[in-house]
Design a binder for this molecule. Structure first.
Ligand SMILES: Cc1cc2nc3c(=O)[nH]c(=O)nc-3n(C[C@H](O)[C@H](O)[C@H](O)COP(=O)(O)OP(=O)(O)OC[C@H]3O[C@@H](n4cnc5c(N)ncnc54)[C@H](O)[C@@H]3O)c2cc1C
Length: 384
């Protein structure tokens, strides 16, 4: 790569931070910025489910070991369709041989721990400069390339001449932590309900993150309701053996959408990465994992010298887009199908729903296929 290119990364969420870390391996200066200060970027009450594709990417960039003390693994995934009263438990015996030694289907990490580890890593690099947008604009730097990792709702998406395709589910996610007893220690839950899926992600022995999807109106109503009422409400949904102790910390609400930001035929030196490139329904916890697969692709393209000359940089966004599109379309297809089929009470879909669980419970091939595709994604073997 040509000496000391100047890269600008707009947005310092989990995508922007990982991108700055991986690009810092090249001979370049990275100017990382965000509307929020470091403390506010770190102190968010969010939780992410991490898949095996992410484990491989973070291992490649020597971040997995650093993050490991903060990860809580789960070895069973319980999936329930409450409308047709069907259920299945996917376990580590359903994992492919190459990933089963990790003894986890996936992991859960708190946003705060993740961001702390990433910021500590960034502090080790002399070519990453984190500053406010105002300070950066005063520096009058000519950037060779700009990466927009500014999240799902950034205004930049509209201003920068890209085509933003969007489907609103008219749904929102209510998230909060609960302490629970009677649960299996390392088990995650996905419960499909008429109003939308409810996920329980294990954070510690008796602590779970609840991600409760329903119509935006209903979510706001629940957000404003009394905590005891909310707990009673939740208890009617959870498996019978559960005992709910209390809600811990704050309640948050996030809008849910499916979106894809397409590049138009211009040769501006900029691309969108992470949630500003694509968003999915949170069912299956694919969002951040696919953001980091974008980052991995950008690294690979630079590493394979697809961005060494001015012409290469002009064409970079098309190379990036074509490398990512299959995985993104696949994730859109899976998450959107799950919602279309399992988040309603449509009688015509009952046979298909029953049959899906019949297959899952009786065919090892189908169990393996579904679980490994979800956790490894389409590109696992290409992460090197
Ligand atoms: C309820 C819910 C549950 C989820 N659960 C999971 C899960 O279990 N697993 C998973 O993988 N994913 C999950 N996701 C998805 C995940 O949260 C996102 O994919 C991820 O946060 C995207 O990270 P990002 O860095 O791309 O964007 P963000 O985290 O949104 O960061 C964008 C950053 O850009 C900054 N910014 C915006 N505009 C500007 C500007 N003009 N200038 C400078 N800075 C700017 C913002 O301040 C922000 O810090 C979930 C999402 C939701 C809503």
């Amino acid at each position: 790569m040509k000496n000391s290119l100047n890269f600008k990364i707009v947005g310092s969420g989990p995508t922007g931070l990982l991108l700055s870390i991986v690009l810092s391996k090249f001979d370049c200066n990275i100017f990382l910025t965000d509307l929020l200060a470091r403390e506010s970027l770190i102190n968010k009450d969010k939780t992410y489910a991490i898949t095996h594709s992410t484990r491989k990417i973070l291992t490649k960039f020597r971040l997995w070991e650093k993050l490991k003390p903060y990860l809580f693994g789960f070895d069973t995934l319980s999936i329930t369709d409450s409308v047709t009263s069907s259920f299945t438990n996917l376990t580590i015996s359903d994992l492919d041989d190459d990933i089963s030694p990790s003894e986890n289907i996936g992991w859960v990490v708190k946003h705060l721990d993740l961001m702390n580890v990433f910021f500590q890593e960034i502090d080790n690099y002399e070519n990453i400069f984190f500053m406010t947008p105002y300070k950066l604009s005063n520096k009058k730097i000519l950037f060779d390339y700009q990466f927009f990792a500014c999240g799902a709702n950034s205004l930049d998406k509209k201003l920068l001449d890209f085509i933003d395709l969007k489907k609103s589910y008219n749904q929102s996610c209510l998230t909060f932590k609960v302490s629970l007893r009677g649960n299996c220690k390392k088990r995650a839950y996905e419960i499909f309900r008429k109003e939308g899926p409810l996920a329980l992600l294990p954070l510690e022995k008796n602590l779970y993150q609840v991600i409760w999807t329903s119509s935006t109106l209903k979510s706001i109503e629940r957000l404003n309701s009394d905590k005891n009422f909310l707990m009673d409400n939740l208890l009617t949904i959870l498996p019978e053996k559960f005992k709910l102790d209390q809600i811990i910390g704050e309640l948050n609400i996030f809008p849910v959408s499916l979106s894809l930001n397409l590049p138009v035929l211009n040769f501006k030196n900029l691309v969108f990465v992470g949630d500003s490139f694509h968003t999915f329904h949170p069912v299956g916890g694919q969002g951040l994992n696919s953001c980091w697969r974008d980052v991995n692709t950008i690294f690979d393209l630079f590493n394979k010298k697809y961005a060494t000359t001015k012409i290469h940089l002009k064409l970079f966004k098309f190379k990036y887009f074509s490398s990512r599109i299959l995985d993104i379309i696949f994730t859109i297809f899976i998450t959107d199908s799950l919602i279309s089929i399992f988040a309603n009470r449509n009688l015509f879909l009952f046979p298909m729903r029953k049959f899906s669980f019949l297959l899952l419970n009786n065919s090892l091939f189908i169990r393996k296929l579904i679980l490994n595709l979800m956790t490894k994604s389409l590109i696992y073997s290409r992460i090197k």
